[in-house]
Write a protein that binds this ligand. Structure first.
Ligand code: MN
Length: 148
């Protein structure tokens, strides 16, 4: 089967059992979503649509609108764009089993992007303004920038 870049996403899921979307459709561009995910360990999945996929990071603590608060953000596998609308319950025994709910969602404008640093402006309900995702020695950090 030809590689379409979704092998890891598919490999982790049984689409006969999970209500999560299968890759292959199309979705809106320039969106971000934060999904509160009550998996074995509660976390917040931060996703940005970029290059036709949702680039994804798992944030162990609630993202903050306060520039003094920096959150660790662990990169996870790309998700399909339509995942930005997903809410539901991933069944027991499946990958990421637990409730997924949209914690915040909106559009964003990318200000700059490099392999180690993304700067963008979020237009959400809970998160709005200029944010950055930066790769540091301790891992990726997500935070609102002091300069807005
Ligand atoms: Mn998750």
């Amino acid at each position: 089967m030809a590689s379409d870049g979704w092998e890891e996403y598919r490999r982790r899921r049984d689409f006969r059992r999970t209500p999560e979307p299968e890759p292959g459709g199309s979705g809106p561009a320039g969106v971000f979503v934060v999904q509160k995910h009550a998996a074995r360990r509660l976390h917040y999945d931060f996703r940005l649509s970029l290059d036709g996929v949702l680039k994804s990071w798992a944030v162990p603590k609630e993202p903050s609108d306060d520039p003094r608060v920096r959150r660790l953000a662990v990169p996870t596998e790309d998700h399909p764009l339509e995942y930005a609308g997903f809410e539901g319950i991933i069944p027991e025994g499946g990958y990421g089993a637990g409730r997924v709910e949209i914690w915040d969602r909106g559009t964003y404008d990318l200000e700059s992007g490099s392999p180690d640093k993304l700067v963008f402006r979020l237009h959400g309900e809970r998160l709005s303004g200029r944010f950055a995702l930066v790769r540091t020695r301790v891992g990726w950090l997500l935070f609102k920038t002091r300069r807005q």
